[in-house]
Write a protein that binds this ligand. Structure first.
Ligand SMILES: [Zn+2]
Length: 78
């Protein structure tokens, strides 16, 4: 199974957790679950990453998502 780093999908740059997935959608879902778990554990770095994302304008968020999808697609190809 292919993986992408949490940090490459908008996670904190200090997070080196590998997110597995067989498709872009699966990676996105697994990444979201990982981020939620970290936040539940009280990890402020992941909390900050989510808040930074939410503070962006909708069109900026779209751009970010497009970029992350591309990162996943590249990982799945490689
Ligand atoms: Zn992470």
């Amino acid at each position: 199974m292919k993986t992408v780093k949490c940090a490459d999908l908008g996670g904190p740059s200090t997070c080196t957790v590998e997110i597995p997935g067989a498709t872009v959608e699966e990676m996105g879902k697994n990444c979201q679950e990982h981020v939620m778990e970290e936040i539940e554990k009280g990890d402020s770095d992941h909390q900050d990453a989510v808040e930074a994302m939410q503070s962006l304008a909708p069109e900026e968020q779209q751009e970010m998502y497009a970029k992350y999808m591309q990162v996943c697609e590249e990982a799945l190809k490689g």
